[in-house]
Write a protein that binds this ligand. Structure first.
Ligand code: FES
Ligand code: FES
Length: 230
């Protein structure tokens, strides 16, 4: 009897089986009974491994008595966005970029790669530039978040960096521009008079698919010069 013969009847218990005896009586032949064999053993190990790995993957959702999505109070958090207190319902795995764009309507923050590679989603958190696409909103806490919308002056005037970018014709398609602006603002807040190389390094996390890097650098240096002379 082969290993295959030993296993197959278990799967086909309701299928016609070799039978002997009276027509009303079905007797399973010994060859069709499940038996321990090396093949059965290996299949059992594989099956239990799948069960364990599946439990790990689905475990949190399956084992919690109540899913997080049902715990509305836990999801409702307070954020400090652009100087305003905002109450928002945030999913456990939600990124700050998603919250800003799709819960708070702050679409100036762009989503490019959505995996910390392009810088389109850059915002300031306590004046430090961060990729908001890979930061969980629940990790922000009460720190101050600034988006490109938050740079607007009291009378609606542009931030000096924004004006300098316009003057230097930095944006081409403009998709990377909000992220470039936020990184430049973060740089000038920590280092108001950077060298061109310092600015180049500080802006290195912001990709520009249009290749307008020198235009953006010119804008950063112009903004630094104009704010230091103001
Ligand atoms: S969208 Fe966040 S780094 Fe690209
Ligand atoms: S201006 Fe087009 S991606 Fe930078």
């Amino acid at each position: 009897m082969s290993d295959t013969d030993a296993f197959e009847p278990v799967q086909n218990a309701s299928a016609p089986s070799p039978a002997v005896g009276h027509s009303d009586t079905v007797v399973i032949m010994p060859e069709t009974r499940p038996e321990w064999s090396r093949r059965n053993f290996i299949k059992g190990v594989i099956a239990s491994g799948v069960t364990v790995s599946g439990a790990i993957y689905f475990g949190p959702a399956l084992t919690r008595p109540q899913s997080l999505s049902a715990q509305g109070v836990e999801r409702l958090i307070t954020l400090n966005i652009n100087g305003q207190t905002r109450r928002v319902d945030v999913l456990p795995g939600e990124t700050l970029a998603m919250t800003l764009r799709y819960k708070l309507g702050l679409t100036g923050t762009k989503l490019g790669c959505d995996r910390a590679e392009c810088g389109a989603c850059t915002v300031l958190i306590s004046d430090v530039n961060h990729y908001s696409c890979t930061l969980l909103t629940h990790r922000v806490g009460n720190r101050e978040v600034t988006t490109v919308e938050g740079l607007e002056g009291a009378n609606g005037q542009l931030h000096p960096v924004q004006q300098a970018f316009i003057d230097e014709l930095s944006p081409q398609c403009g998709f990377c521009t909000p992220g470039q602006v936020m990184s430049a603002v973060a740089l000038l807040r920590s280092n108001p008079n950077p060298t061109r190389d310092e600015a180049r390094i500080a802006m290195a996390g912001n990709l520009c698919r249009c290749g307008a890097y020198d235009h953006y650098l010119n804008g950063v240096m112009r903004a630094a010069e104009e704010t230091s002379n103001a």
